[in-house]
Design a protein around this ligand. Structure first.
Ligand code: BEZ
Length: 217
């Protein structure tokens, strides 16, 4: 891990590959990636404690906490701030905004996790993490990554939609179209042979053409 910190050619997480391990100090004590085995995990970074956009995001993450729990998803925050700063900030959010922050936050002062996950964007900052989201599945595989600039707070509805899509894809072996929501038709994966293409048109799917078929689940 130490070598990564000075290596600009660091290997970054990639979709479909194992998420980088960590064992980190958080506001809920030491936490390692392995602790989330069997659950989905949203690991997200924010630039800094006591900043306005981040504060609105933390309130928004707390608001979807129960919806995430229903989906077997845990939340884990991260910034390059001390655990004391994190504690003071979450206490301040509770006092001023009446919102309890129920999830842990990594105090990544040595930038180990930020570096391993590529959360530092030198074009934005070398000392503050950008707004990154990693969705890690119950087997520890990176299933989605989202990177937002410091200026733009994230959209919680999209995170829930993304989780719903990933879990539906896993259950039904399908894909989901643009703007898909639970209850909408899903995409039947494209056929790999001419024979399968012809067959699919007879299967009662809602087909625009052989390569674009939807079905209800
Ligand atoms: C914010 O959370 O308000 C913020 C943090 C870093 C840069 C810009 C905005």
């Amino acid at each position: 891990m130490e070598n990564l910190l000075n290596n600009p050619m660091q290997a970054l997480p990639r979709l479909g590959e194992k998420a980088p391990e960590f064992n980190s100090l958080t506001t809920h004590g030491m936490i390692k990636l392995e602790d989330y085995k069997g659950s989905w995990l949203i690991l997200f970074s924010h630039p800094a404690d006591f900043t306005p956009v981040c504060t609105t995001e933390f309130v928004a993450f707390a608001e979807i906490f129960d919806e995430l729990k229903k989906r077997n998803v845990e939340l884990l925050g991260l910034s390059i701030d001390s655990v004391f700063s994190h504690i003071a900030w979450v206490r301040n959010i509770e006092e001023k905004l009446n919102v309890k922050i129920p999830f842990p936050i990594i105090a990544d002062l040595n930038k180990e996790v930020a570096t391993a996950y590529g959360m530092l964007m030198p074009g934005e900052s070398n000392t503050e993490t950008s707004r990154c989201v990693f969705v890690i599945d119950p087997e520890g595989i990176v299933r989605a990554m989202i990177y937002y600039p410091m200026s733009t707070g994230r959209n919680m509805s999209e995170l829930l939609r993304l989780i719903d899509s990933l879990q539906t894809v896993d259950t039904y072996k399908i894909a989901t179209p643009a703007n898909w929501q639970i209850g909408d038709e899903v995409i039947v994966p494209p056929p790999k042979t001419q024979e399968l293409a012809e067959e699919r048109l007879k299967q009662g799917y809602n087909c625009i053409d052989w390569y674009l078929c939807k079905k209800k689940i």
